[in-house]
Design a protein. Sequence first.
Length: 251
Amino acid sequence: MFVIPIIVMVILVSGLRIVKQYQRAIVFRLGRYHSTRDPGLTWIIPGIDFLKLVDVRVVTLSIEPQESMTKDNVPVKVRAVVWYRVTHPKEALIEVESYVSAISQIALTTLRTVIGKHSLDDLLKEQDKLSASLKDLVDRVTEPWGVQVERVEMKDVEIPGTMQRAMAQEAEAQREKRARIIKAEAEFEAALKLRQAADEISKSGAALELRRMQMLTEIGAEHNTLTVVMMPSEFVSAVVALSKLANRENT
């Protein structure tokens, strides 16, 4: 008499399932898709229904380093990280056998393709742009699987030691080039200022004499130096003229 209620109670209890907040439950009845259950307490028919939980949080997937050739035939090893989330749990279980493995493989092949289409300089200088392109390509493939790629980031770009030394030499040469250009520009600007100053001084005899006196002051400020006294050109001319006149009178 009490057997049937006990059996019913056991069936009811054994069919209870708890779905967590970050999960969705996919129910298959007799092998066919039946429904998608939201978080909370749910019940399935024991022996008839099969429940599969799917995590809908953002998942971080690390892609192992891949050695590939760039467009300019430089071997590089690049590591990437993919962030994705399941947006349609039904498609993620039905459309692909293992969406985690599938995402990893498509990221690997797409990464090789992107590296092969760009030079080493692009790979080093435009990582953000290439990562965005990689994200769009991977997301385009995973969309039918119910998986959305949130972000893809390329990191740990490894290049051969010989190439590293060559790049260091190139960077040093560029720094030396910039230093020489800056020095040449400074010398050109100084020469231009000197020419302008000379032009202004030559316009006035008084300015020229003041400059001569300034030079005498600067020379006298130094210790143990030979002081050279420069006479004004008009004074020198007058002295020469007087000397010639005196010579004529004596003769």
